[in-house]
Ligand binder design. Sequence first.
Ligand code: SF4
Ligand code: SF4
Length: 475
Amino acid sequence: MIYDPKSNNAEEFINHEEILESLEYAKVNKDNKELIEGILDKANRAKGLTHKEAAILIECEDQELVERMFKLAEDLKKRFYGNRIVMVAPLYLSNYCVNGCVYCPYHAQNKHIARKKLTQEEIKQEVIALQDLGHKRLALEAGEDPINNPIDYILECIKTIYSIKHENGAIRRVNVNIAATTIENYKKLKDAEIGTYILFQETYNKKSYEALHPTGPKHNYKYHTEAHDRAMEAGIDDVGLGVLYGLSTYKYELVGQIMHAEHLEAKFGVGPHTISIPRLRPADDVDPEQFPDALSDDIFAKIIAIIRLAVPYTGMIISARESQEMRRRALHLGVSQMGGGSKTSVGGYNQENKDEEGTTSEQFDVNDTRSLDEIVNWLLNMNYIPSFCTACYREGRTGDRFMALCKNEQISNCCQPNAIMTLKEYLEDYAKEDTKEAGEHLIEKEIKKIPKDKVREIVEDRLVKIAEGQRDFRF
Ligand code: SF4
Ligand code: SF4
C-alpha cells in the first residue's frame, strides 16, 4: 500500500507504513528545538500542520515548548471562534446493537443490561425534558441494528425531534452519530436536514481495530473508515471525526486522525467540521485490564492542544466523560463545544422514564455530573460565553461555505453576537437567579466588544426583543 491522501481506499489515505515512518522521524527529531520552534511558528500562522509535524509535537517533551503549544492552542481557538463555547447534549435513541465492540456495554454479547428503543412518544418526552433544560443542539446516538434501529426509525426520530416546540423550546440542530452506512442512507439523512454526521473511528490501527470489533458489521475496517467519504459523496456537508483515546497507542492514533483530516481536505476541499476527543471510561461488562493504553491527563492535554494546532478551523468537542477539572483544562487548550447535563442512557432525561423499566444503563460513566445550569454558570464565571447557537447550518453556512469564512478567521464575527443572543434566550427561559445575574453581566461586557457599530445596534435591539418574548434571531 502506498500513502495517498486523495485515495478512495482507507488503507492508502490512513497508511500504516506512513504512520510508522512519521513516528520514527518524530523520535529522531524529538530534541530538535529549531525544528519544533519552526513547527510552532507555522501553527501560529493558523494554516494547520501535517501529520508528520503533529508526530514531532507529540514526541516533544521539552516543558517550555509544551507550554508554548498549550498557549498557542488557546490563542488559535480564540482567533477562530472567540470565547464562545457551544453547548450540546447527547440523546440516546436505542441501545440495541449487533456489534461486539469490546469497550462498550451495549455490545451484543452483554446479556445483563436491559435493551430499550425509544418510542416516538418517549422521544417526545425526552425532547421536552431537554428543551426544558435549555438545549437547542443534540447529538443522536443509537447502536447498529438493522432490525431494531433501521434507517427509517432514525429518520422518524429526527422528524419527531424537529417537530416538538415546548413553550419557548426548540431543537434547532440534530447531529447524528450512527453506524457507517450506505450512500443511499446518507442521502436520506441529508434530506432529513441533519447537522453534522459524526462517526468515531475508535482506532486507526487496523489490527487493533479488528481485535476490538471482533463481531458484527463494524468489524469491517475499510467500510467504517471510508464512511465519511460516502457521507460527503451523498451531499452531507459537515462530518465529524473522533478517536476513542486509550483503546490503542495514542501517538499512532493522533497521527492517523490528522491524516484523516488531511484526506478530507485533499479529496473534498473541506476538512472535518468537528473532532471529538473521547477517552476510554469504565462501563458495565468492560474489563479495564484489557486496556493498558489508558492515558494520563497530561498526555491527553497535549493531544487536545496538538489537534487544535494541526486542524485550527475544526470544532472540538469534549464530553461529560471527563471530569470538571479536565474540562476546565481542555477549554484552555482549544476545545470549542461541550456536553452539559448529559445522560448517556436510553430514556435518561425524562423523569417519567426514570423507573426501572424506562431507562437503561449508561453507555459510559459520566464524570462531570453537573446540571446544564451549573455548567453555564461555571463558564460565565470564567468569562466564556455559553452559546446555544445553531445559526450556520440554518443559514446555509455549511461545508465549503463555512470553511471559507472559518479559515479566514471571520466566523467569530457571527459566533459572538449569536452567542450573546442565544445566551440571552437561555437566561430568560431557563437560568437560575445567580446564573441570570452572571449572564447579564457578561452580556453587558461582551456587547461592548462587538467591533461593528451596526452589528452592535442590531444585537442591542434584539436583546430587548428577546426580553419581550421574541425568539430565534441569528446572524
Ligand atoms: Fe454498538 Fe456503538 Fe457500542 Fe459498538 S460502540 S457496541 S456499535 S453501541
Ligand atoms: Fe457555530 Fe456558526 Fe453559531 Fe459560530 S455562528 S457558534 S460556528 S453555528
